[in-house]
Ligand binder design. Structure first.
Ligand code: ATP
Ligand code: MG
Length: 425
C-alpha cells in the first residue's frame, strides 16, 4: 500500500536493534506485549517487526498474503515511537530464513551494531531446525520470552532453561531470558475466533481488526467503522529528563547530538529575543522525534493520526516528520501547549505568520554547532542575533534551490513563508 523505501534509509544509523520476526497472521497483543517488555528491559534503539515472506515452517498451511500481513503489522506498531517494520523478508524471493535476514541487517546497520532476535519459547524449542542454526546462535544474541503451553521442550521433556544451557555450552549461544509477560494469545486462536464471528476485543489492536474485516481476511464479518482521527490524549505529565533519555536511546547518536545542539542554540536565541526558555528547550528537544521513522511508518501514522498528505508531502514523505513530530509531542510526550507543537510542526517548511519561537527552532535546526559549514551557514550564523528574518530567507532560498535540483516539488508553505519574510524585511 505504501511507498517503496530502502531499509538502509533508516537502519543505517541504528546501533542497537531488537528484531521480532513472525508470520503475524495477524499480529496480536502477545507480540506487542513481548516487544514492549523487551524494549523496557533491554532499551534497544529500535524494535523492528519483520513479517515473514514465505515461512519455511508453515509451508503446508494457508497463510494470508504478505502485503495484508505487512499492512496490519504497520498499523499495530506504528504508534509506538520505538517500533518500526521492515519489508526485508517479504521482498525476498523464496522462503524467509532468519539467517539471511541477520546477514543482511549486519550489512545495513553500522559496523559493530548490536543485533538481537526476540523469540517466544515455542520458537526457541525449534531453533536447531532453522537454516544455519549454528552460525545464527554463535553470531547473534537471542532474547527469549516464556509462552504459556511451551514450558517443556517437546521432544525431550527437558525444561527450557536446561535447553538454554545446552545451547550455551554446545553452540556458544548467548541467550537472554526475560521472565514475562505471559499471555495466552496466538494468531491461530484469533483466526479461529474471527472465522467463527467471535469477539477479538483486547486480543488484537483495533486498527488490525478493522483492516482484517475491511479486507475480508479470516471471515466476512461486518465492517466496523472507526474514527482514526479521534483525538484522545492520554493524561500524563511531561518530564524533560525522561524525554531526553528516551530520545537518547531511540535516536541515532548523530541525530541525538544534533537535537542537543538545537537546544543550546535555541536557548541562546530565546534569551536574546526574550522568549520562554522552557518552551524553547522542549520544542528543540522534540523537533526531530519522528525523523528517523521509516517512510512506511510515517505514512501509516499520517493515516492513523489524520494528517493529510498534500502533493509535496506525498512525493517527499520525509518532510512529514515535522508534522508527525508535533503530533507525537502531544500523544507520546504529553505536550499540549500549542505554541510548542506549532514550532515543531513547521520547523522544516515554515508557515505564514510564524512566531518568534517558530523562527528560533527553524533557524537553530540549521545553524546548531554540529552542522558542518555547508552552503550559506556562516552568513546565517552571523545574522541569527541581528536579523532572524534575513537568516531564514537565506535558509529557505537555499532549500528551495536544493529541492529544485533534486527535482522535488517545493512545499507551498515554504514559498509562502519566503514571500512573507521578504515582504516584511
Ligand atoms: P500462529 O498461531 O499462526 O503460529 P503466533 O501467535 O505463534 O501465530 P507468530 O507470528 O508465529 O505468532 O510468532 C512470532 C514470534 O512471536 C515467535 O517468536 C513466537 O514465539 C512469538 N510469540 C507469539 N505469540 C506469543 C505469546 N503469546 N507469548 C510469547 N511469545 C509469542
Ligand atoms: Mg507461531
Amino acid at each position: 500500500m505504501w511507498s517503496k523505501y530502502k531499509e538502509r534509509d533508516y537502519l543505517n544509523k541504528c546501533h542497537n536493534l531488537l528484531i521480532l520476526g513472525g508470520t503475524f497472521d495477524p499480529i496480536h497483543m502477545g507480540h506487542l506485549a513481548i516487544a514492549k517488555a523487551a524494549y523496557l528491559q533491554l532499551k534497544p534503539q529500535r524494535v523492528l517487526f519483520i513479517p515473514s515472506g514465505q515461512s519455511p515452517h508453515k509451508r503446508d498451511k494457508q497463510i494470508t498474503g504478505a502485503s495484508h500481513r505487512y499492512n496490519m503489522t504497520a498499523f499495530a506498531v506504528c504508534e509506538h515511537p520505538a517500533f518500526d517494520i521492515s519489508r526485508i523478508e517479504i521482498n525476498r524471493q523464496g522462503p524467509s530464513y532468519t539467517i539471511d535476514t541477520a546477514r543482511n541487517l549486519r550489512k545495513i546497520c553500522p559496523a559493530g551494531a548490536k543485533i538481537r532476535f526476540l523469540i517466544g519459547d515455542d520458537a526457541l524449542q525449534k531453533i536447531l531446525s532453522w537454516k544455519d542454526a549454528e552460525e545464527l546462535l554463535k553470531d547473534f544474541e537471542f532474547v527469549t520470552v516464556p509462552r504459556p503451553g511451551y514450558e517443556k521442550c517437546d521432544a525431550s521433556d527437558k525444561s527450557i532453561s536446561d535447553f538454554v544451557d545446552y545451547l550455551g555450552t554446545t553452540y556458544n549461544a548467548r541467550i537472554h531470558r526475560l521472565s514475562g509477560p505471559l499471555l495466552n494469545i496466538s494468531s491461530t486462536d484469533i483466526r479461529k475466533r474471527l472465522t467463527a464471528g467471535q469477539t477479538v476485543h483486547g486480543l488484537i489492536p483495533k486498527p488490525v481488526e478493522v483492516y482484517a474485516k475491511q479486507h475480508g481476511l479470516y471471515a466476512a464479518a461486518d465492517v466496523v467503522a472507526i474514527d482514526y482521527t479521534a483525538d484522545s490524549p492520554a493524561s500524563g505529565k511531561f518530564c524533560f529528563e525522561a524525554a531526553q533519555e528516551e530520545l537518547r536511546i531511540r535516536l541515532s547518536p548523530e541525530r541525538y547530538a544534533h537535537s542537543m545542539g538545537v537546544i543550546s542554540t535555541a536557548e541562546k536565541l530565546a534569551a536574546h529575543y526574550g522568549q520562554d526558555a522552557e518552551k524553547t528547550r522542549i520544542a528543540a528537544l522534540l523537533h526531530d522525534c519522528a525523523k528517523e521513522y521509516s517512510a512506511d511508518k510515517k505514512r501509516a501514522l499520517c493515516q492513523l493520526w489524520g494528517i493529510q498528505l498534500d502533493e509535496a508531502l506525498e512525493s517527499n514523505i520525509e518532510v512529514a516528520h515535522s508534522l508527525l513530530g508535533a503530533e507525537s509531542a502531544k500523544r507520546d510526550f504529553h505536550i499540549y501547549d500549542t505554541s510548542i507543537q506549532q514550532a515543531i510542526r513547521y520547523h522544516t517548511t515554515g508557515y505564514i505568520g510564524m512566531t518568534i519561537l517558530d523562527k528560533i527552532i527553524m533557524l537553530a535546526d540549521y545553524i546548531e554547532p554540529n552542522r558542518s559549514n555547508w552552503g550559506p551557514i556562516k552568513e546565517m550564523r552571523r545574522l541569527a542575533l541581528t536579523d532572524i528574518n534575513q537568516a531564514l530567507i537565506i535558509r529557505i532560498e537555499y532549500n528551495i534551490s536544493k529541492e529544485k535540483q533534486a527535482g522535488r516539488p517545493i512545499h507551498p508553505w515554504s514559498l509562502d513563508t519566503l514571500k512573507e519574510l521578504t515582504y516584511n524585511s
